[in-house]
Design a protein. Structure first.
Length: 192
């Protein structure tokens, strides 16, 4: 039996990673945040404390917005995964209801209106839009971008059996699985 959901009833938990330009982050949050939504934002620990306090002061009266500054994030580093896991744990341990989790960055600006997004999610209610194959990056059939990223940033070279690179891949695989298992009870798998 298909569940019918009205667009105005969709509850979205927005997970946002940001590191600069608090005015821009405010514009993004104000654009995406609906009355039933929540925002879980991690601000880079290396960033200006004054900028973070500006955000905290701006949203201090809004209980839907949760701001954290826990990890210093380095480009291409594992810290971004730590921040994502931290925000996901905070969301799951809260009593905040949600139908969908959407992950964006502080430089992502949605081109669709909030009402158009909600209508799409209502029309496709209980559909998961995430598909992760942890082995894609090292598979010959994986996308060029994934293979480039894995090769350049993780030192994984497709077809080579070097223990050092296999260890990195196993760690990456475990992190991906942990993230998926955290949200597993909240999503429905779709068949390709």
């Amino acid at each position: 039996m298909e569940t019918i959901m009205k667009a105005e009833d969709i509850k979205i938990a927005w997970i946002i990673n940001a590191y600069q330009k608090p005015e821009q982050i405010i514009q993004i949050i104000d654009r995406v945040l609906g009355p039933l939504d929540s925002v879980w934002l991690h601000y880079d620990k290396k960033a200006s404390e004054a900028e973070f306090q500006y955000l905290c002061n701006y949203y201090k009266a809004d209980p839907r917005v949760h701001l954290y500054k826990k990890f210093p994030i380095f480009w291409g580093g594992i810290q971004i995964v730590w921040a994502d896991l931290f925000l996901a744990k905070k969301l799951l341990s809260s009593a905040t209801p949600f139908d969908y989790v959407i992950h964006i960055t502080g430089t992502t600006y949605p081109i669709k209106s909030g009402s158009a997004l909600r209508q799409f999610l209502a029309d496709n209610f209980q559909t998961s839009f995430i598909n992760l194959d942890p082995n894609e990056a090292v598979s010959a059939t994986g996308s060029t971008r994934s293979r480039f990223y894995a090769k350049e940033h993780f030192g994984i070279y497709p077809g080579r059996n070097i223990p050092k690179y296999n260890l990195v891949n196993r760690i990456r695989y475990k992190i991906n699985l942990k993230l998926l298992r955290m949200f597993d009870p909240y999503r429905e798998y779709r068949t390709p």
